[in-house]
Design a protein around this ligand. Structure first.
Ligand code: GLA
Length: 387
């Protein structure tokens, strides 16, 4: 009898620390990220490689899914003013949708996002010729841009915040661009409901780099109609007017007195149908805004969007000098996304942070040149809240 009491006492002494450790882990999880990053198979790429889907959840229950195919953000689930979680990003249900996609939904875009005029540029007198995949121009990296590549993924979560690192090395002369470019994108979902995207790149030959994310947002949810009533503000007093191929003319034009003045909160649709030369060329907004930077290269507020029915608010912060507002002018209902929803004209907007389009051909624009020994490093934060 006595022996068994002693035995129980000894056993409990042995198990006590284990139980305490388990309790402390549980409480840490309850207060921290709750769920670790989840990884699910997402299907095979056209060349037979396995892709994955990573689901990042923060302590508030906000959830962002990203695939290492194309570095694509496939969904962003955020609360509305009543706390109801809803997806605010366009996307497809399966990998095949992204493989066939031609409008860059959710994608990491590179090596050079937006357009390069006449599909050519020069560095130190050497001319580089790219593929013409948009009229006479190169759009979003060429025929097979970063959005169609399989990236190497690593879980780099820390301090209770899930983070996914994606790496891709673009080889010398891929799509016509010089230099082996090692690119890294880190997506962090913070507990302040921010999707933070950090891009870095290095090269072994002089090249040009401009990386962005091409998420299409509808803050009321994809398929809930157009985004014309979404109120936006853009921290820009100038924009870069374009020619008929949507290539900047080189001018930095004042927004004052034009439909491009979003310095005060204005509905996207308030002036979109005006008979304005630039709106006619873009079939709506498809223009780069020159951000007011009181801290050059600092992380500053670039734009804010507010959706009146759900109260959802998106703020875009960036270290970049420009932001492209694209109002889904080329969506025509022929694409069926998640749940079979038809993506119709102006059913979403994009706020693509970037250096200005066609910078390699405009010496008055901030430079996109990257040399060996330099490190390209930019940050963009998409911050969600509700009012
Ligand atoms: C960018 C361009 C648009 C269009 C979309 C993708 O935003 O500026 O003109 O090409 O990508 O469809």
């Amino acid at each position: 009898m006595r022996a068994s009491i002693r035995c129980i006492a000894m056993l409990s002494l042995f198990f006590m620390p284990i139980a305490a450790f388990a309790r402390s882990t549980q409480s840490k999880q309850a207060a921290g990220t709750t769920k670790p990053m989840e990884k699910k198979p997402f299907g095979a790429t056209p060349d037979g490689k396995a892709s994955d889907l990573y689901i990042l959840t923060n302590k508030n229950g906000m959830e962002v899914s990203i695939t290492n195919y194309g570095g694509i953000v496939t969904s962003i689930k955020v609360p509305d003013r009543n706390g109801k979680l809803g997806d605010v990003a366009l996307g497809y249900d399966t990998l095949d949708g992204y493989v066939g996609d031609k409008v860059y939904i959710g994608a990491t875009v590179g090596r050079y996002c937006n357009r390069i005029g006449h599909a050519e540029f020069s560095i130190d007198g050497a001319k580089y010729t790219l593929a013409k995949n948009n009229g006479d121009n190169t759009l979003h990296g060429g025929i097979k841009g970063f959005n169609k590549m399989l990236w190497e993924a690593r879980d780099v979560s820390k301090e209770g915040e899930p983070a996914l690192e994606l790496k891709y090395t673009s080889r010398d002369m891929e799509e016509g661009f010089p230099g082996n470019l090692a690119a890294t994108v880190v997506f962090t979902l913070t507990n302040k409901n921010e999707l933070k995207i950090e891009y870095t790149a290095t090269t072994d030959k002089k090249t040009v780099v401009n990386l962005t994310n091409h998420s299409y947002f509808n803050l009321a949810g994809p398929g809930s109609g157009d985004v014309l009533k979404t109120v936006i503000r853009i921290e820009a007093d100038k924009f870069t007017p374009v020619d008929s191929g949507l290539i900047p003319t080189g001018d930095l034009k004042k927004v004052q007195g034009t439909p491009f003045d979003f310095r005060k909160p204005t509905e996207i649709g308030a002036r979109i149908e005006q008979d304005d030369e630039q709106l006619n060329l873009g079939k709506g907004y498809d223009h780069n805004f020159v951000l007011i930077k009181n801290k050059p290269n600092g992380l500053t507020l670039a734009a804010r969007a507010e959706e009146p029915t759900t109260g959802r608010v998106l703020e875009v912060w960036t270290t970049e000098p420009g932001i492209q507002l694209y109002t889904g002018n080329f969506l025509d209902g022929s694409i069926h996304g998640k749940g079979g929803i038809a993506y119709t004209k102006r059913g979403a907007f994009c706020l693509e942070t970037q250096h200005f389009p066609d910078s390699p051909n405009h010496s008055n624009f901030p430079s996109t040149l990257l040399s060996p020994g330099q490190r390209y490093h930019t940050t963009t934060v998409y911050k969600f809240s509700a009012k």
